[in-house]
Design a protein. Structure first.
Length: 81
């Protein structure tokens, strides 16, 4: 099974920073914001090729700090909500 992870990483060089199994799913982490937003069907191609469920997630480098996110949410969502 780990060979599948290596094969997937060969298909997407320099885009995937890590690949792991989570139960029956394969989870790919990327630090490329553009690829995370629009992977142009590459993940779907990999799903069809390997016949596995594949999730794409943002690497921690792309995520904002919790305080910054909370502040933005409080500005957007009315207090009554």
């Amino acid at each position: 099974m780990p060979d599948i992870l290596k094969d997937i990483q060969k298909e997407l060089p320099k885009i995937i920073c890590s690949a792991n199994f989570e139960a029956a799913n394969i989870v790919l982490y990327t630090d490329n914001a553009e690829f995370f937003k629009d992977n142009k069907g590459k993940i779907k191609e990999l799903v069809n090729k390997f016949k596995k469920r594949i999730e794409l997630r943002a690497d921690d480098k792309l995520l904002k700090e919790q305080e910054e996110v909370e502040k933005a949410i409080k500005e957007i969502v009315p207090q009554e909500a």
